[in-house]
Write a new protein. Structure first.
Length: 224
């Protein structure tokens, strides 16, 4: 297992069968607002799912490689993997997909970097969006295979994109919702932490609001 993979709370005694996958991607480590609010979401989810197994994957600290010719040949050609390197690439992709498939809830924390998601998070999607594993072609279209799972997006941005003149520059939430829908995950809640570059008072209010929303979002997921 690679170093980017940390499993918490895994014990038969305390597991209630719910698996939560927490992906972090901020390059700012300990000062990251998306990580801070994401950890709050986890605490709230633990109230909703006591004893859940939580897997944390820090994509910034332990980045995946960009996909390359070997990856594409191994995962998208009829022949499949033919060299040791190609087999290793499929294995890594399979492990990441298994981790996602085995999770009922995925929490994705991301900084806005140049109007989109961090490239480390994009690399994760490049590894897990795979025909036959997370989506299939059917009747001239495609079909997501991961239905029934839930996602929570925790998105930190320096500016404001939910309204106003920068709206059309927003490519983090819209991308994430599209690619998640493509693989079948349509139950998606978003927690925005916007305007972090607009001064300390504004930032403090934005974090407070996001922390409150974390509780509300986790509450929506509470089993009936
Ligand atoms: C390299 C870099 C690029 C950034 N690009 C943008 C951007 O395009 N739009 C924006 O609103 N904020 C941008 N920011 C600001 C971050 O989105 C903001 O600091 C946010 O809080 C980062 O998330 P984090 O706190 O989880 O690290 C950028 C920050 C960095 C370091």
């Amino acid at each position: 297992m690679d170093a980017g993979h940390i499993v918490e709370d895994r014990s038969a005694a305390n597991s209630n069968g719910t698996n939560i996958l927490f992906l972090t991607s901020s390059p700012r480590r300990d000062t990251s607002y998306s990580n801070l609010v994401g950890m709050r979401v986890l605490r709230e989810l633990r109230q909703v799912y006591p004893g859940a197994t939580v897997t944390i994957r820090d994509l910034a600290r332990n980045p995946l490689p960009h996909i390359d010719d070997d990856f594409v040949t191994a995962t998208r050609s009829i022949a499949g993997p033919r060299s040791e390197r190609q087999r290793a690439q499929v294995e890594r992709s399979d492990d990441l997909i298994d981790e996602l498939v085995g999770s009922e809830v995925v929490v994705i924390a991301a900084s806005m970097i140049n109007f989109g998601i961090p490239s480390t998070l994009k690399a994760w999607f490049d590894h897990i969006v795979r025909p036959g594993r997370t989506f299939d072609y059917s009747g001239g279209g495609s079909q997501g295979l991961l239905r029934g799972r839930r996602a929570i997006l925790v998105l930190a941005r320096g500016g404001i994109y939910s309204a106003g003149p920068l709206r059309s520059f927003e490519h983090d939430e819209s991308y994430l919702r599209s690619v998640l829908e493509f693989i079948g995950i349509t139950d998606v809640q978003t927690i925005l932490i916007e305007g972090m570059g607009l001064g300390p008072d504004f930032a403090e209010r934005a974090v407070d609001a996001a922390m409150r929303r974390a509780g509300a979002v986790a509450g929506v997921l509470a089993p009936a």
